[in-house]
Write a protein that binds this ligand. Structure first.
Ligand SMILES: [Zn+2]
Length: 212
C-alpha cells in the first residue's frame, strides 16, 4: 500500500505497551523493541489524538509461568477462557519494568489505558481481555470522541498489536498497523501467523512514510 494517507481529527495513534519489560534488558524483552521508541515519538507528532497502553499486572498473575507450579515460560495452559501462553513475570503494577521506556516522549497523549489488571485473565488486546468479552472501555472512549480510524504501533507485533488490530476491526473501526513502529517476539511462528490473520481481515500493515 503506497497511496498517501492524510491524517486528521478523526484519527488516533494507539501505542501498545512500549514498556521497559518489553525492551532489551526487560523481563519479557521483544528483540529490538526499543527501536520503536524514536519511530513512535516522530509519528506521534503527526497525530492530534494519541492513546498509550500499559500492560499492568498484579503479582502472581494468571499469565505468569511462576504462578503455576511446574510450568515454564512459553508453555500453554488452558484457562477458563481458552489457551493461554505462560510468560516470565512482567509488567507488575508500579514496578520499574512496567514503566514506559524512558525515551518515549508523547506528552500530548490523552489517555493511558492499563490492561491485564485482573488476576485471572490476561489481556493482549487493548479493547477486550483474552476471553474476547470483557471490555477495557477503549471502544467507548474512542467512539465518544468521534475517533474512527486507528493507527497501531508498539509491542509486540504478534501479540498485543495483532489482537488489538483484530478487535478494533471487529468493533467497526478502520485499522492500520504501522510496520516500522512495531517489533515482534515470534513464539512458534506467531509473526507469520499474525501477518496471515491481519491480511485475511484486510487490515493493512503500512509504512509510516505513507502518512501525511
Ligand atoms: Zn502481560
Amino acid at each position: 500500500m503506497s497511496k498517501e494517507i492524510i491524517t486528521g481529527d478523526n484519527d488516533v495513534l494507539v501505542v501498545i505497551d512500549v514498556q521497559n519489560d518489553f525492551c532489551p534488558g526487560g523481563a519479557l524483552a521483544v528483540p529490538h523493541g526499543d527501536e520503536v521508541v524514536p519511530v513512535v515519538n516522530r509519528l506521534a507528532g503527526r497525530f492530534r489524538n494519541v492513546v498509550l497502553t500499559q500492560d499492568w499486572h498484579p503479582p502472581e498473575h494468571l499469565s505468569f509461568a511462576s504462578t503455576h507450579p511446574g510450568r515454564r515460560p512459553y508453555e500453554t495452559i488452558i484457562a477458563t477462557y481458552g489457551a493461554q501462553v505462560l510468560w516470565p513475570d512482567h509488567c507488575i503494577q508500579a514496578t520499574p519494568g512496567a514503566e514506559f521506556h524512558k525515551s518515549l516522549n508523547v506528552p500530548h497523549a490523552s489517555l493511558i489505558l492499563r490492561k491485564g489488571i485482573h488476576h485471572s485473565i490476561d489481556s493482549y488486546s487493548a479493547f477486550y481481555e483474552n476471553d474476547h468479552m470483557t471490555p477495557t472501555g477503549l471502544v467507548g472512549y474512542l467512539r465518544e470522541r468521534g475517533l474512527t480510524r486507528i493507527f497501531l504501533a508498539g509491542l509486540a507485533f504478534d501479540f498485543c498489536v495483532r489482537y488489538s488490530a483484530e478487535d478494533a476491526h471487529r468493533a467497526g473501526f478502520t485499522v492500520f498497523v504501522i510496520e516500522e513502529a512495531c517489533r515482534g517476539i515470534d513464539v512458534d511462528g506467531s509473526v507469520a501467523a499474525s501477518r496471515h490473520n491481519l491480511a485475511a481481515l484486510d487490515i493493512p500493515c503500512i509504512s509510516a512514510q505513507v502518512l501525511a
